[in-house]
Design a protein around this ligand. Sequence first.
Ligand SMILES: [Zn+2]
Length: 488
Amino acid sequence: MTATSLPTATQVPAGLDDVAAALAEAMPRTRAWLEELVRIPSISASADHAEECRRSAERTAQLLTEAGLDDVRLLELDPDTEGRVVAPYVTGSWSGAGAHAPTILLYAHHDVQPTATAANWASPPFEPTERDGRLYGRGAADDKAGILAHVAALRAWQDARGQLPVNVKVIVEGEEEIGSPNLDRFLAAHADELRADVIVLTDLTNWQVGWPGLTYALRGMAEAVVDVRTLAQPVHSGMWGGPVPDALTATTRLLATLHDDRGALTVPGFTDDVRPLSDDERGRLEALDLDEDTLRSDVRLLDGVTTAGDPDRSLLERLWMQPTITPVGMDVPRVAEASNTLLSHVRTKLSVRLAPGQDPERALGVLVDHLVASAPFGALVEVTLGERNAAWVMEPGGPAWDAATAAMTAAYGRAPAAMGCGGSIPFVQPFSDAFGGAPCLLVGVEDPGSNAHGEDESLHLEDFTKACLTEAFLLAELAARADQLHHA
Ligand SMILES: [Zn+2]
């Protein structure tokens, strides 16, 4: 693609040739800004990176100011109750479209995940590198591409017209990758100034390269720590092994009660309030037709390893619309340090993904009851619950959804897939609630090959251009539906 050309699949909506041309012409510059942001290791999970998180917030603020937003600010909260510094939020707005035009809140986040095993990256995580049409780097897709999609769309309108067709507010969060722990405090302080008719979150995944996605369901998330104790202290395995139960065997037997041999959940009552699929929805999932080979290659499943779960439910239903319970960490001696000892105490962390419909308190209550009642050998089982948030789901449709569908269809040359997402964005429900149920558009910049959160994270560069175009077109599509969109 040369500096001024559009992707061949793009069909520019009538009357937007100037905006599309301005956006295409600026893409090399947009990409250079993205690379600048990727070079800043804004890892929110690491206290050592607080300065870098501040630097990424400051650079983001500068980009938003240069995109024509007014009163761009770093919004900072006081340190949390444990004294941790809260990574700054960046906000800005533009309200020159007049009272009749809808107000659109654009969301992205400027923090990134840690690099996992940095040595396993083909190129260093914070040195953006292009290979085969993809830009590799931590945050290249999730979600610094989301920030630049907002910047590219706003600039294209400003460059072509000197104004935007809608009023805009932007929020770029600095703590998304650690579960937005200070969001409630942030909303309590700033919800009024961020009030909008539609929320656009550019932080999701497209269905495939070249095939956009609009996400209408997110799973919720919860954590539980399980302590299993059998002895007051560890004892010699030779002297006492046999009649004396150890905590690790008890723990593995306890974890085994969570699933059957196929990997389907077996906690009694746990899935009772999962929202059943409608016929429409079942049809939509079937139309997307995720086959096992694609799943295997997307996640790099090893040869001979089967998929897990209830085979009567499709892979997509299992990924998006059903809950999971997965052990993700365990406190036991490392193999190199293990002695011939019966362990007295083992601690396990369970990661729970909650399905649409599930009440987190009910589901977790049922899980705790099951774990305590299933204790092998009468072991002492204690469960401590952590943060939790419910799943989010909307009915695909309505003026905002239609606007996004039109914008994506134009930018990508094909209609978006209505998707679920197995992951969680704790931000969505509280923001929608705070703005009187304003519709949320969850728009993709990633694709299944992006490997966000993993090693060799990457952005498909042509789809990135299409994501930027989507947003530029979306502003016009929303403006055209002003009468249907006004909210609180
Ligand atoms: Zn993200």
